[in-house]
Design a protein around this ligand. Structure first.
Ligand code: GDD
Ligand code: MG
Length: 327
């Protein structure tokens, strides 16, 4: 089974973390975000992942070096020459693959941490003889997502992208089983949105949805990125991560002084150093960060190599690579 994964977005809501690293390459706990996703796909029979890239593709391929062997999944990169939108990107990747694209394939948003049952989604698609089947996830506030209403048999009655209305409902989880025939609805070489231009046109014409229960989180904001980290470390989502203590991951190369306080809920990447009297909680420190004596960090995300001077305090901060933290 092949999966086209959309990773062309700029990750604007995670800036400055995503200024130098594209969202899918950003470390989530102990590996690039996309590695979690590729491992999940591999667990559901995906043998080839096609990454539809637009932004900083080289950083992404570097971050994923070795992942093919680890996950047992082939990874191929296609790079759009200009912005194509979610459907345009699928069409572009499909055209690049040509005859190598199978008649039925998966397409996914590349910014969701999940353990939903893709095998069940494929089963429902087959059973209904659908053209497209959408994985759905229930939420309390659907305003920022695609809201999907289905009939009793799973046929989609309505697809409404980002209504802005804070109503509960089943949303588009950003995972689709597609037949090749769907590609005919996407004009080549143009910017086309699958949510606004394609799914609404497929309503009543073989568009199905299946509610999947399990863990699902779009990691696209600092708040959700942190929550996803704690969910991994507190095992609310199935991943391959091995926490070093409940809710914690302190990489083997990290140095913590005796008089420092680390936790609860902390990720310390390798090469991090926490000096005497410093305290860090509810925070992610990527590789090679340093906390000086008496520094206090909470609810924050620090890019690789950030230095927090002695006595400084950070609360709810998101610090990009190379940014200076005032004393
Ligand atoms: N290759 C490529 N090219 N990828 C793109 C492009 C593009 O032009 N535009 C967006 N993407 C990728 C993003 O990188 C992301 O992985 C995915 O497509 C979805 O884009 P977002 O910008 O993150 O969309 P969203 O989160 O606001 O909404 C989408 O996801 C929701 C679930 O998280 C929609 O699909 C909603 O319907 C859905 O509910
Ligand atoms: Mg998103």
């Amino acid at each position: 089974m092949q999966a086209i994964v959309l990773v062309g977005g700029e990750g604007t809501r995670l800036r400055p973390l995503t200024e130098t690293v594209p969202k899918p390459a950003l470390t989530l706990v102990d590996r690039p975000f996309l590695a979690h996703m590729i491992e999940w796909l591999g667990g559901h029979g995906v043998t080839e992942v096609v990454l539809a890239c637009g932004f900083l593709p080289d950083v992404l391929s570097e971050a994923l070096a070795g992942e093919e062997e680890r996950a047992g999944v082939a990874i191929r990169y296609v790079v759009e020459p200009d912005r194509r939108g979610t459907a345009g990107a699928i069409r572009f990747a499909a055209d690049e693959l040509g005859d190598r694209l199978e008649d039925r394939f998966l397409a996914l948003n590349g910014d969701v941490l999940t353990d939903l049952d893709l095998t069940a989604l494929l089963g429902a698609h087959r059973e209904h003889g659908a053209q497209a089947t959408l994985g759905l996830h229930p939420v309390e506030d659907s305003s920022a997502y695609g809201l999907v209403r289905c009939g009793d048999g799973g046929e989609v009655l309505e697809f409404l992208e980002k209504t802005g209305e804070r109503v509960p409902g089943e949303i588009n989880a950003g995972m689709y089983v597609l037949e090749r025939s769907v590609l005919d609805l996407i004009p080549p070489g143009e910017e086309v949105s699958i949510e606004r231009d394609v799914f609404p046109r497929l309503v009543g014409d073989g568009l199905h949805g299946l509610r999947l229960d399990g863990y699902w989180m779009d990691i696209g904001t600092p708040k959700r990125y942190l929550q996803a980290s704690w969910d991994i470390l507190e095992r609310r989502v199935e991943t391959r991560v091995e926490p070093t203590a409940p809710g914690m991951l302190v990489a083997s190369g990290a140095e913590v002084a005796r008089g420092a306080t680390v936790g609860p809920r902390v990720v310390l990447g390798s090469g991090c150093r926490v000096a005497d009297g410093a305290a860090v909680r509810d925070s992610v420190l990527l590789d090679d960060c340093t906390l000086g004596e008496g520094a206090r960090v909470s609810g924050s995300i620090l890019s690789a190599g950030v230095e927090v001077p002695a006595g400084a305090t950070l609360d709810g901060a998101v610090v990009g690579q190379g940014e200076r933290v005032p004393a």
